[in-house]
Design a protein around this ligand. Sequence first.
Ligand code: HEC
Ligand code: HEC
Length: 232
Amino acid sequence: MKRRALAILAVLACKREQRTFTEPGPGARPVSAAPNLSLAPGGPPLPGMALDPALPGYAETAQAISFGKQLYTWSNCVGCHAHGGGAIGPPLMDAHWIYGSAPAEVATSIIAGRPMGMPSYRGKLAGTQLDRLVAYVRSLGGLVRGRAVLTGSPCVLCHAVAGTLAGGRLGPDLTHLASRATLGAGALPNTRGNLAGWLLDPQSVKPGAHMPATALAAADLHALLAYLEGLR
Ligand code: HEC
Ligand code: HEC
């Protein structure tokens, strides 16, 4: 069933792709998040898709996040990180991650600890508790929302991101986007500002690029950028 659904999606993708190609250039119409494609925010990935291969079973569901929020208080993360804004420990809700924002990287920060004062929680959290804490920490930084924005937009028709519904083939695979030095095959350095500029108006950055401009609410764009920057 799922396989067939993906096949249909692929066919739809081809149709859209043709339509896009008939109206290329600076006049390309902006696309906005297509509601009929959207998954519930933080909805489960398709069966067989691990969100992060290093954390099999990890899910960013609303339930996992709300459990994680309780664990965050019970484990006294609040004592050092406040409610995400940071204090003794760094903020967890800004776009800057010292040790990476991927689920496995956040899990490692918590379980192994980090040298400048992050204690190790090894042996203090039961199996699924770690997953839930990670989901909550990622939700603080807008990463869960960012993933939902991506999987709910036409991006998925043209781009693939491993572990998500996004399986498009027309544009480059974005699974390791943040590891690339440049965007648009060398068109410009891969910085947050350039990434935002690219999404908002690819044509002005690289005339002839076969990607439509993106129209997203500022908060969604912000979350999407944070998510994309975590794809290392
Ligand atoms: C005793 C204070 C303290 C407690 C308690 C604490 N942290 Fe930390 N945490 C820190 C400090 C300090 C750092 C920065 C470490 C470094 O830079 O090497 C940090 C780093 C982190 C990072 C990495 C951030 C990044 O930018 O990559 C994460 C994630 C994190 N903590 C999550 C948690 C969670 C979740 C809890 C509760 C289970 C917790 N911390 C409890 C002090 C604390
Ligand atoms: C109609 C297909 C299409 C859609 C929809 C689309 N893209 Fe693209 N995208 C492309 C193509 C094609 C390229 C390569 C352009 C080039 O380099 O000339 C690209 C390039 C990119 C790049 C630069 C990647 C790199 O490695 O240089 C990023 C980032 C990107 N797209 C993100 C997105 C996001 C996020 C969305 C949704 C908001 C999106 N795209 C929607 C087709 C699309």
